[in-house]
Write a protein that binds this ligand. Structure first.
Ligand code: ASP
Length: 439
């Protein structure tokens, strides 16, 4: 059994947290490959080491003094090393990093040092070999991650080591220039390593006990999700539920490796298991309810639209030309509506309107702003009767006026559009009907 274990920044923010992580790793021999993030926040007012590194590098680039910030970074690591009672020093590494900063080695290089240094600390603490991600995670010179090359090289390298620490978040191109993933990218490294190692499971340790059925800022004490499929997760994360980096799904999904989200501070909690597929019947009809505010709708009206061949294509071309991506597109006999992110639409508004006029000569174009979309997601909806009925009666009771309904053909989700101000009551009403008063 091989487990790849990734620990987030808050799990490694201090020596105290490191000790919890050490206990977790030592408790299971199959936890062979460890992916650390950089030290995160110790409390809500603290600054992540990654942010300190960006600040420090930006100060150098701007010709400002940087000594204080650099010292703060050193202090973070030295406190961890001391707190763990380890007998080694990062002084040589700090010196090299400072020189490279002054030689303007780049912002991505700067940011990556958080994980690099934490990886060294972790390898000393665990007694595991250290593999620099720059040697095994390949990027092209264009800064894009190279999956196939990495898979081959990393797979070979891992075959030669029983246990290793591989820092998250970065890799390098063939000239040795460092590139990073987007923020939170250590999740992606963990997934890449799990794939290359043919791991049985990818454990992602964080500071929450997995995914919740809904956002706790909207629904008080939502219940956790014990099992979710990759497809359900995609739907929910797209609609705003965030625990895991979006790109972390793809490498392991291709290999059918499950991701287990776990809490470093509460390792006894079951967490959330993310799987490719399952025949385990879900306890509730819905797996989650999430959503986002800030959409607008563009409704195009034209008599006999349905018989005009190529009508939709012409309208969509206008959006394409403006570089706008479309969220949803419900249609009627003489109308078609396009939902789009309001802030993206704003600066293209007039170009879109005139483009549509020119392309299809509509009878009218109506715009509505301040809309929210709520996604009700669940593999259980396919086999449950009356799901839509329950959603809409719950919304009616909550006095929410439904503006749009869109059920995906996979019956995995139902998207409901409404005014921004109805968003929170709608999410609460749907949670209530499916979870609190579940049949
Ligand atoms: N340290 C990086 C960040 O703060 C990457 C990570 O934590 O996953 O975004």
């Amino acid at each position: 059994m091989i487990k790849v274990v990734k620990f987030g920044g808050s799990s490694l923010a201090s020596a105290k947290q490191f000790k919890k992580v050490g206990d977790i790793i030592r408790a299971d021999k199959s936890r062979r490959y460890v992916i650390p993030s950089a030290p995160g926040k110790r409390d809500s007012k603290d600054t992540k080491v990654t942010d300190l590194l960006y600040q420090c590098y930006d100060a150098i680039e701007a010709g400002k003094s940087y000594g204080k910030i650099f010292q703060a970074i050193k202090d973070r690591y030295n406190q961890i090393i001391e707190g763990l009672g380890l007998n080694f020093s990062l002084d040589y590494e700090f010196k090299t990093i400072e020189e490279n900063f002054l030689a303007k080695k780049g912002r991505e290089y700067a940011a990556s040092r958080g994980e690099y240094l934490n990886g060294i600390v972790m390898s000393h603490y665990l007694g595991y070999e250290f593999i620099d991600a720059a040697d095994v995670i390949s990027f092209g010179k264009d800064g894009r991650f190279q999956q196939d090359k990495t898979d081959a090289e990393l797979g070979l390298r891992l075959g030669t080591v029983e246990r290793a620490v591989i820092p998250g978040f970065y890799g390098a191109d063939e000239d040795g220039n460092i590139h990073t993933f987007t923020r939170g990218g250590s999740d992606v490294t963990g997934s890449i390593v799990a794939r290359a190692a043919h791991a049985d499971i990818y454990e992602n340790w964080t500071d929450v006990s997995g995914f919740l059925v809904s956002d706790p800022r909207i629904v008080p004490n939502p219940i956790p999700i014990d099992l979710i499929t990759y497809r359900e997760l995609r739907e929910l994360s797209y609609m705003g539920a965030s625990v895991l980096h979006e790109d972390a799904i793809f490498p392991v999904r291709k290999e059918g490796i499950p991701i287990h989200i776990l809490n470093t501070n509460r390792p006894q909690d079951p967490g959330t298991m993310i799987v490719e597929n399952t025949c385990r019947r879900p306890k509730y009809t819905i797996t989650g309810v999430a959503g986002k505010k800030g959409f607008c709708s563009i409704t195009i009206e034209k008599a006999m639209m349905n018989s005009e061949i190529g009508f939709c294509a012409k309208v969509l071309e206008v959006f394409e030309r403006e570089g706008l991506s479309i969220e949803h597109m419900p249609s009627g006999i003489d109308t078609m509506t396009v939902f789009i992110h309001q802030d993206e639409f704003m600066q293209h508004e007039q170009a879109v309107i005139s483009g549509i006029h020119r392309a299809v000569h509509p009878d009218a174009i109506e715009l509505e702003s301040g809309l929210a979309l709520v996604a009700v997601v669940g593999r259980g909806m396919k086999s449950a009767r009356g799901t839509a009925g329950r959603i809409f009666s719950a919304l009616a009771h909550a006095r929410v006026n439904v503006k749009m309904i869109d059920q995906g053909s996979s019956e995995l989700n139902i998207i409901v559009g409404m005014k921004n101000e109805d968003f929170e009551p709608a999410v609460r009403a749907i949670y209530d009907i499916f979870i609190n008063t579940a049949l």
